[in-house]
Design a protein around this ligand. Structure first.
Ligand code: GLY
Length: 362
């Protein structure tokens, strides 16, 4: 694999099609090629808000629609089966193509449906959220939640292409923008100081969309480089898990309490925790940890938990699928861009990390 076929649609995909075919249409049309049947998968939200922005494109005129219920709690076997059924009833063959138009839930589930239907049909991701532009739609991880665990069943299967069109971000609220921005912050931390500093200067709540588009391409380039080196996460791709060991525990904890939080919020809090561990265990500079903490605290608020919840959080970290043989696995940093995968921490060190978080975010 030499590239991940990530394209940026500028001008926007739908633009120009009223007065003749626009560049976006040419791009999409050439990537679609000539499948025997074309399907567009959306969830109810992206069908309503995002499909109208591309509905007039001639290359999508013949597409059959599959619409699934939105949000992560519907990323289930039942929804997956409904997509297989729709593909089957729509006459899909191995020469058919599925376009996933939506956030991470749509590309995760749609990518899984495509990678398994008739042992695999092609798919193209058109991400519509910041989170899916910079993370979920890129890199070929697909899957569904199963048995109470997130992304428990899935495949590694690269989409034929990913088309990033930032016009869809106009449909995003601030909370979802911030959620995606946390993954960009992670990419900055694992790349270099200049990239990280640019991210801390930016205001994701009131974004300049032109500058954000450039920052998205820099962010995706970080992920692309890593995925090309290690597509199936045997080693360096674990760098992308920075912030996610603590982050997933926060996310599951909040869900279990009936107060779910957006993925990126949990990752932002997880980044702070894991930078603290990085300071303690790998010599990450204190001042850079503090600057990142300040950025996160002022935008993402805090996760509410007390000492009585530490055992539960530890337990959730122990059950993270990134672990081997019960040892809690972290990706840490010796400095910005100095990635240390396969780091462990003792329960005492993790409690100390949670104390630090609770003190800083009190
Ligand atoms: N979201 C992390 C990865 O794609 O590996």
């Amino acid at each position: 694999m030499s590239k991940l076929n990530i394209y940026y649609s500028l001008p926007p995909l739908g633009e120009g099609s009223g007065r003749g075919l626009g560049l976006g249409h040419e791009l999409l049309s050439s990537l679609i090629g000539s499948p025997d049947r074309l399907f567009v998968l959306t969830d109810e939200t992206t069908r309503r808000l995002c499909w109208p922005l591309v509905a007039q494109l001639p290359c999508l005129a013949e597409a059959q629609h599959i619409t699934i219920p939105p949000t992560d709690e519907n990323k289930t076997l039942q929804t997956l089966a409904s997509v297989w059924t729709a593909l089957q009833q729509g006459g899909a063959t191995r020469h058919s193509l599925l376009i996933c138009l939506g956030g991470g839930m749509v590309s995760d589930l749609g990518g899984f449906a495509a990678s398994t239907f008739k042992r695999g049909i092609a798919c193209i991701n058109i991400p519509t959220t910041l989170l899916s532009m910079v993370d979920a739609s890129v890199g070929g991880k697909t899957g569904i939640n199963f048995g109470g665990l997130k992304n428990e069943v899935g495949t590694f299967c690269q989409p034929r292409a990913v088309i990033i069109d930032t016009q869809f971000l106009r449909t995003q609220d601030t909370a979802n923008m911030l959620s995606g921005y946390a993954e960009m912050l992670k990419h900055g931390l694992i790349s270099n100081e200049e990239h990280w500093a640019e991210l801390l200067r930016f205001e994701p709540e009131s974004p300049d969309l032109g500058l954000l588009s450039e920052m998205i391409s820099r962010s995706v380039a970080v992920k692309e480089r890593i995925v090309l080196e290690d597509p199936t996460e045997q080693g360096i791709r674990r760098a992308l898990n920075l912030g996610h060991t603590a982050g997933h525990a926060f996310e599951s904890f909040a869900l279990a309490k009936g107060q779910p939080v957006l993925h990126g919020y949990a990752v932002a809090w997880g980044l702070v925790c894991e930078l603290y561990l990085s300071v303690r265990k790998c010599g990450f500079p204190q001042d850079k940890m503090r600057q990142t903490l300040q950025f996160v605290r002022s935008r993402y608020g805090a996760m509410a938990f007390g000492c009585k919840d530490y055992d539960r959080l530890l337990n959730l970290m122990q059950h993270d699928k990134k672990n081997t043989a019960g040892i809690i696995n972290f990706t840490l940093l010796g400095g910005i861009g100095d990635i240390r995968i396969d780091q462990t921490a003792t329960p005492e060190e993790i409690r100390d990390m949670l104390d630090f978080y609770a003190d800083c975010f009190a």
